[in-house]
Write a protein that binds this ligand. Structure first.
Ligand code: HEM
Length: 503
């Protein structure tokens, strides 16, 4: 603790004494910014140059994925275009962390910084080029109803198009993040106004890596062709152009300056944790041989498709298996199909995993026959907000105190929002009939599914949660997740920050 404190002080002293580029004087790290859990896939480079990826130009958050310890999202509007452009090129660009820098601990900065712009932000910078994504052009607020959101729940800052950009600051301590935040605020001064902020942090102790409902997150990420050297069993190997504009497999016409960028979807998703815990207990299953708590855990695991440990229920259908969860050569190696079981029919059999489970709705695997490749996203979110208080636990009710709001700062990268996040949310998660052609309609994704088209009082139904009677349907009368809004951003290649965007 003390060493970290002094290194920050020394770093600051050196910084102010020399008053030169922060990038050159930052102390090198000895511990990683990123959480490295054995359960997660680990993205490292194989042959990036072969597929045209310039890892010194691609912002660090995009390909590395969801693994930060602390992360602040600062949403801003631009007031003074000329000053902002000048500072962006001269002082912000040198602070932006590249993919290459993030890959090795000794090249990671004290605090990683990335920056992305909304359509209204690019327009404020007088950049009107078409990036080939209509949802980005209109902004997320215009998409809210199609996503099934209740607009009244949106945080005021997100309602409309006033957010021009977001600065992402990630490190292992709050002090580091706050230090870099002050630095950025000093640089940009009055050229920007803060509109909103979300402060993310990995959960404490043994919950590190788990989202607020308690389930291990960030296990299944797509492997990126030409970037991921060690493709793990069960990982989908996807062309880089699904995530990076202009990379191999991206067939949309993009302006030259935008190649190497990616669309960043941000969603502030409030989680009502005590309400969720109560719902899971109230709906405990009655599988013989399991205690009530085990039956409740099984019900929760069937909503997600994974146990709290991260073990997939398709491989551990009755009881959690922490060893399986921690083994990244096995914990993603399943398809929902079971040719080894005589007579198993993937269209009717939900004994191991409901068709509606969150992981199955968002990546149906063998339900498609062969893995579908066009809908993958790289998730890079982080939990935000404090742990549940005793008073909230005792009352089974989330506090209305804004400082106690908690949830997931959801971040997803893709080269097409229409094919990626938006499609998954609208056409899979929210579509009660998806996956099509099953013996029983699956219902919505019980975690993030919404009934669309303003019918917000229509009950959400889910089937398959009871392994003893998989045609049974339950009604979700409690909202566990409140979508508080977000924005569609473009995370440009770093060269554009002193090029096109600063011109
Ligand atoms: C508060 C909101 C959310 C929570 C609590 C949550 C939680 C989880 C958890 C626990 C997993 C399993 C761990 C893993 O496989 O990495 C998971 C996987 C996943 N989630 Fe979510 N998630 C949320 C929102 C979303 C949203 C909005 C989307 C996209 C529309 C999404 C897409 C996915 C995908 C694609 C996977 C991986 C599925 C697989 O490859 O097997 N999630 N999520």
């Amino acid at each position: 603790m003390k060493i970290a404190y002094f290194s920050v002080i020394i770093g600051l002293a050196v910084h102010s004494a020399l008053a030169v580029s922060t990038k050159q004087v930052k102390p090198r790290r000895t511990t990683s910014i990123l959480i490295n859990l054995p359960a997660s896939s680990d993205n490292t480079i194989s042959t990036a140059s072969d597929v045209g990826l310039n890892l010194d130009d691609i912002q660090g958050d995009i390909l590395i994925g969801m693994k930060k310890k602390k992360e602040l999202f600062l949403f801003f509007s631009i007031n003074d275009t000329a000053t902002f452009k000048s500072k962006l090129a001269s002082d912000i660009q040198p602070l932006v962390t590249t993919t290459n820098q993030l890959l090795a601990v000794d090249t990671q900065p004290t605090t990683a910084l990335n920056i992305a712009f909304s359509r209204s932000g690019l327009t404020a910078l007088n950049v009107t080029d078409d990036l080939g994504e209509s949802l980005f052009n209109d902004g997320q607020f215009a998409d809210a109803e199609a996503l099934g959101d209740v607009k009244d729940n949106w945080a005021p800052g997100f309602a409309g198009t006033s957010v021009h950009g977001v600065i992402l600051l990630a490190s292992d301590t709050d002090d580091n993040v706050n230090d870099e935040l002050s630095n950025v605020q000093n640089i940009l001064g009055e050229s920007i106004t803060e509109i909103h902020r979300v402060s993310g942090a990995a959960r404490p102790g043994d919950q590190e890596g788990h989202e607020h409902f308690g389930y291990m997150d960030g296990i299944s990420q797509p492997a990126v062709e030409g970037f991921t050297s060690n493709v793990l069993p069960g990982q989908a190997l996807i062309v880089a152009g699904e995530f990076i504009l202009g990379a191999s497999g991206d067939n949309t016409t993009r302006p030259d300056w935008a190649q190497g960028g990616s669309f960043l979807v941000f969603r502030q998703m409030q989680q009502k944790v005590p309400e969720f815990q109560k719902f899971v207990l109230d709906n405990a299953l009655s599988v013989p041989g399991l205690t009530r708590d085990e039956n409740a855990d099984l019900f929760g695991a069937r909503l997600f498709g994974r146990w709290k440990s991260g073990a997939p229920i398709d491989l551990a259908p009755l009881r959690d298996d922490p060893d399986l969860a921690a083994d990244n050569t096995r914990n993603n190696n399943f398809t929902y199909d079971h040719p080894e079981i005589a007579g198993f029919d993937i269209a009717t059999n939900q004994t191991n995993c409901p068709f509606s489970a969150h992981t199955r709705k968002t990546r149906p695997r063998a339900d498609f026959g062969t893995e579908e490749t066009a809908r993958h996203i790289i998730r890079a979110g982080i939990p935000y907000g404090p742990e549940v208080t005793d008073a909230e636990s005792a009352s089974n009710t989330s506090s209305t105190d804004a400082s106690l709001e908690r949830g997931l700062a959801f971040v997803a990268y893709q080269s097409s929002i229409s094919n990626g996040f938006h499609f998954v949310q609208q056409s899979w998660v929210n579509n009660a009939n998806f996956f099509f052609g099953k013996a029983v309609p699956p219902g919505v994704d019980p975690i993030i599914g919404r009934v669309q088209d303003s019918a917000f009082d229509t009950a959400r139904t889910v089937s398959g949660t009871n392994p003893l009677n998989t045609s049974e349907t339950i009604t979700l009368d409690t909202e566990f997740i409140i979508n508080r809004g977000g924005e569609y951003f473009f995370s440009p290649p770093i060269s554009a920050l002193s090029g096109k965007l600063a011109a």
